[in-house]
Write a protein that binds this ligand. Structure first.
Ligand code: GDP
Ligand code: MG
Length: 215
């Protein structure tokens, strides 16, 4: 394979993790980006994200995945958290019904703050805790269908479906972006090649310019 610099990528996609406290968002992120899992929840301060690059159709897609730092407990996630997001994993805990009931509110907040083309996946985490299951897979499937979003069940602990969930979201975002690029190209012949995509790294440098985040 040709030599690539560590930070050489074709697309940078911002993806946000939302859902109630304790559902496993931080562990899904650490599983996907570092292949790590932690039994105790350590409180973190400030908004943070982690990145991982994957290959999609010969392009390098860098996922910048944002995790809350516990603000979800106070329902005080700022609009900066959502700004520019092109994908979201909306997570509940299959052993706690209330976390599933709250998904509707999370979706509402997400949609209020993001573009309608955002790719959303509903994620039922802790699927390994089989004896304490409280949310049916079927109910979640039906709900996701009604909301027109993707759905999967995961276990960050056992590393089941975590990789697949993130990669599916990134693949779908890629589809949306390439379709947008095609449409833009067909609507305007004056735009130079490569200038048609609204989710370029430039957009994200603007976000980084906000100065709120570590990398
Ligand atoms: P967050 O508040 O949504 O970020 O949740 P955390 O990632 O901090 O996880 C909350 C608790 O659930 C921690 O004790 C984790 O070890 C545990 N946890 C997270 N994911 C799983 C999972 O897939 N299975 C099990 N059994 N526990 C999990
Ligand atoms: Mg967390």
């Amino acid at each position: 394979m040709a030599y690539r610099k560590d930070d050489d990528y074709d697309y940078l996609f911002k993806v946000v993790l939302i859902g109630d406290s304790g559902v496993g968002k931080s562990n899904l992120l650490s599983r996907f980006t570092r292949n790590e899992f932690s039994l105790d929840s350590k409180a973190t301060i400030g908004v943070e994200f982690a990145t991982r690059s994957i290959q999609v159709n010969e392009k390098v897609v860098k996922a910048q995945i944002w995790d809350t730092a516990g603000q979800e407990r106070y329902r005080a996630i700022t609009s900066a958290y959502y700004r520019g997001a092109v994908g979201a994993l909306v997570v509940y805990d299959i052993t706690r019904n209330v976390t599933f009931d709250n998904i509707e509110r999370w979706l509402k907040e997400l949609r209020e703050h993001t573009d309608s083309s955002i790719v959303i996946m509903l994620v039922g985490n802790k699927a390994d805790v089989r004896h304490l299951r409280a949310v049916n897979t079927e109910d979640a499937t039906n709900f996701a269908e009604k909301e027109n979003i993707f759905f999967t069940e995961t276990s960050a602990l056992e590393s089941t479906n975590v990789e697949q969930a993130f990669i599916e979201v990134l693949n779908q975002i890629y589809q949306v972006v390439s379709k947008k690029a095609l449409e833009a190209a067909s609507h305007s012949t004056s735009l130079p090649k490569g200038q048609t995509i609204s989710m370029s790294s430039n957009d994200v440098s603007a976000i980084k310019g906000g100065g709120c985040c570590s990398s």
